[in-house]
Design a protein around this ligand. Structure first.
Ligand code: A2P
Length: 329
């Protein structure tokens, strides 16, 4: 496979390179792509060096698949040009996710929707991915009525500039700001831009993308998304109300059997998932599994995953693996 990584110099792009190498994706030629600014820069992949090219140059090299993680504007402009040239695009931005003509895919949840007609495939929002992987087996068994989620999101989700802001603030240095306020020793209840309804775009993504991926608009979702001064992964407190009652032991068993999920739930021994444990892992970690005692048929969970891995790079590479397995690239 000739593989282009668009945004190869960015945080998610470099994680995609790591994941491609780790999972032994059959890369015969790598095409690292970034902006004009990075043209000619060398990127290392599996011991070889590759020169960064621009999106237009990458199209001319005709890769089999292009993994995009270079922001919405780059995707809006270039993904259709790649697709037009017959190159299958897996896009990590929010540009195409809610487009009814594009599939929004988490392989463990709805991988079966992929078909030969799909030339631009959207990778969901990081917070949505880690939640739906956990919701899926529970919905299949007990039918979800409503989900209330609060997130505790890592600065890595904002990109290099945000990591630098946190580190600068921690070192007492002045520097570029990715957030409107100090993030160190603070919590910012604002991710992405505010909408007319008072929710942020990140919150609305969690709501709409969950319905689309799970193929069920009857699931009601409400979200509060929050940035915290943490690296390594996003955490989520998830409250789920079901149509049917559940057995806690069976919930643990279903989650334990779910592909891509690891249950860490042993309060007696202080075992629960944390971002520092999720960091560098492809799996979604789930713990604090307990009944909501204030309401019938309702469950509380704590869900943690590395937002750059399963929330972005790993899911994109898994989509490419699935395309390959189905003979679609
Ligand atoms: P560059 O390094 O040349 O700016 P992050 O979100 O971590 O900041 O990464 C953003 C990624 O998207 C980088 O690899 C960046 O490349 C890339 N990028 C930004 N604008 C463009 C563009 N117009 N064309 C191609 N890649 C772009």
């Amino acid at each position: 496979m000739k593989v282009a990584v668009v945004g190869a110099t960015g945080l998610v792009g470099s994680e995609i390179l790591t994941v491609l190498a780790e999972r032994n994706f059959p890369v015969t030629a790598l095409i690292p792509v970034a902006s004009e600014r990075s043209k000619g820069k060398e990127i290392e992949f599996k011991g070889n060096k590759y020169k960064v090219v621009t999106p237009a140059e990458a199209i001319a090299l005709h890769p089999d698949v292009a993994l995009f993680s270079a922001g919405g504007e780059t995707s809006t402009e270039y993904a259709p040009q790649f697709a037009e040239a017959g190159i299958t695009v897996v896009d990590n931005s929010s540009a195409w996710r809610m487009d009814p003509t594009k599939k929004l895919v988490v392989p463990e949840v709805n991988g079966e929707v992929l078909s030969a007609a799909d030339k631009i495939i959207a990778n969901p929002n990081c917070s949505t991915i880690q939640m739906v992987v956990v919701l899926q087996p529970l919905h299949a068994k007990y039918k979800i009525k409503r989900v209330v989620v609060s997130t505790y999101q890592s600065v890595t989700g904002t990109g290099v500039k945000a990591v630098n802001q946190l580190m600068d603030e921690r070192a007492g240095k002045d520097g570029e700001k990715a957030y409107p306020y100090q993030i160190d020793l603070n919590v910012i209840p604002h991710i992405d831009v505010f909408q007319d309804n008072g929710y942020t775009k990140e919150e609305m993504k969690m709501i709409k993308e969950t319905n689309k991926i799970m193929g069920d608009d009857s699931i009601r979702v409400t979200a509060t998304t929050v940035r915290i001064p943490v690296m390594g992964g996003h955490s989520e407190a998830v409250n789920i109300e079901f149509e049917n009652d559940f057995d806690l032991a069976e919930v643990r068993q279903l989650l334990g059997e779910q592909e891509g999920v690891i249950v860490i739930d042993d309060p007696a021994n202080l075992q629960y998932p944390m971002p520092k444990d999720a960091h560098g892992k492809d799996e979604v970690l789930v713990g604090r599994i307990r009944r909501d005692e204030s309401q019938d048929k309702t469950l509380n969970l704590w869900v943690v995953a590395d937002n750059l891995r399963k929330g972005a790079a790993t899911n994109a590479v898994q989509i490419a693996e699935l395309l390959l397995k189905k003979g679609l690239i």
